[in-house]
Write a protein that binds this ligand. Structure first.
Ligand code: ZN
Ligand code: ZN
Length: 423
């Protein structure tokens, strides 16, 4: 593809002009003390963002894509990073002209080492790897407060050691058996004088069209390795239980395809007393329904009936919600109190900002009244006396209190009763 090479050359000169001014650390959005992991992660994000396939007809994106790959190459290698830190861009250029450290790679090659697919995605006819579904359990307090956390999964990655060639020396040969086609025409005699030709996958190279002499020690010639891979996960305040977060092109990698997407579903996990409640907050045991929270509070008979009680509920971020009644305020068993604005934060893309203040759902407190099984005998006597006194004085008409209509006696019932009397 002479045309692409020429085109890239054009980009290089432009990018180098820009790079003379721009700081590689700034290009990757990292600081001078960034770890290798941070450099890699910055490259992954930015190279996808500025990839020309994703930004057709946008020449600034093209330039940025090339620049990001340049910055990555300069900073991912310990020696060239040291030179860059000490002597800057000029130092690096001199080293390259001196022959050490090689020149620049094709930025699309570098991209394909991370994402496969020959450095491109979204092109017609291009193979795409499968999407992967992952479920991650998140504690309720993290849904409430928001949290950036990390999880790991066993991801298939393009082997770093051989850069996805499968060869220890990086040398790949054309398969002689199939002449690089990956398939062969095999002649079959099905009857005397009748011969058919069948196309079959090449058994020497397994259909790849390429062979290697010395297998890479790390991947055993497989070109890929499976290893635990950390993924950073940002749980926004108030995100829904079951929300899906899509990581574009972060599923299994292979030199044969463009990596598919990683789909992460976050689900609320059962709270664990020891792990998830270091601050000993009551809110850990709230139950969530969409934007609302539910809580069950236990009251004694005295509290429910006589009032004069308070409770301090420690919410998921440690603030206190005060419940209580004054003397004489009755709470019926099963009563549900609405505490407005003490539910879940209502999820918003931008979170809290100058332009947006988070709103909250409600907290519903259900009251359960427990009667004591046993009572101290002195207390029992006193209470009994009080009830006796007032029972005689006022009487209690349960029917009247219930608010039901007056008793209606059906005619047949009256007849039956009369019969009964006669017997
Ligand atoms: Zn390898
Ligand atoms: Zn072959």
């Amino acid at each position: 593809m002479w045309f692409r090479k020429g085109f890239l050359l054009g980009l290089f000169t432009l990018a180098q002009l820009v790079a003379g001014v721009e700081d590689y650390y700034k290009v990757l959005g990292i600081d001078k003390h960034a770890t290798d992991k941070q450099i890699k992660s910055a490259y992954r994000q930015l190279s996808k963002k500025y990839h020309p396939d994703k930004n057709p007809n946008d020449s600034t994106a093209h330039d940025k894509f090339v620049l990001v790959s340049e910055a990555y190459e300069a900073l991912s290698d310990a020696e060239s990073r040291q030179i860059y830190d000490q002597y800057g861009y000029e130092g690096l250029k001199q080293r390259q002209q001196g022959g050490a450290g090689g020149g620049h790679h094709d930025p699309f090659d570098l991209f394909s080492r991370f994402f496969g697919g020959g450095g491109h995605f979204g092109q017609p006819g291009q193979r795409r790897g499968p999407n992967i579904e992952v479920k991650v359990g998140i504690a309720l307090r993290d849904f409430y407060n928001g949290r950036t956390t990390e999880f790991q999964w066993e991801k298939q990655q393009i082997c770093d050691e051989c850069e996805g060639t499968g060869a220890a020396d990086g040398v790949v040969h054309k398969c002689h058996s199939c002449n690089g086609h990956g398939s062969k025409m095999v002649r079959h005699q099905i009857a005397p004088g009748m011969i058919t030709q069948v196309q079959m996958q090449c058994d020497v190279c397994g259909g790849r069209g390429k062979t290697i002499k010395h297998k890479c020690k790390v991947c055993g010639g497989e070109r890929v390795v499976r290893k635990p891979t950390p993924v950073s996960l940002k749980v926004g305040r108030g995100m829904a239980d079951g929300a899906r977060i899509v990581y574009e092109n972060e599923a299994d990698e292979s030199p044969d395809w463009v990596a598919g997407d990683l789909h992460v579903t976050i689900v609320e996990k059962e709270p664990s007393l020891t792990e998830d409640n270091p601050d000993k907050v009551d809110g850990v045991f709230f139950r969530r329904k969409d934007n609302d929270l539910h809580w069950r509070e236990v009251l004694s008979v005295r509290e429910a009936w006589m009032g004069d009680w308070t409770r301090n509920l420690t919410h998921l971020d440690g603030h206190v919600v005060r419940l209580g009644r004054k003397r004489g305020e009755v709470v019926q068993p099963g009563h549900v109190e609405t505490v407005v604005g003490e539910g879940m934060p209502i999820f918003h893309e931008d979170g809290d900002s100058v332009y947006h203040t988070t709103e909250f759902g409600n907290l519903y407190v259900e009251y359960v009244v427990v009667l004591p099984d046993q009572m101290e005998s002195g207390m029992e006597k006193d209470l009994w006396a009080v009830f006796q006194k007032w029972r005689v004085k006022n009487g209690v008409d349960l029917h009247k209190d219930s608010g039901r209509p007056e008793k209606v006696v059906l005619k047949e019932d009256q007849d039956r009763e009369r019969e009964h009397e006669e017997l």
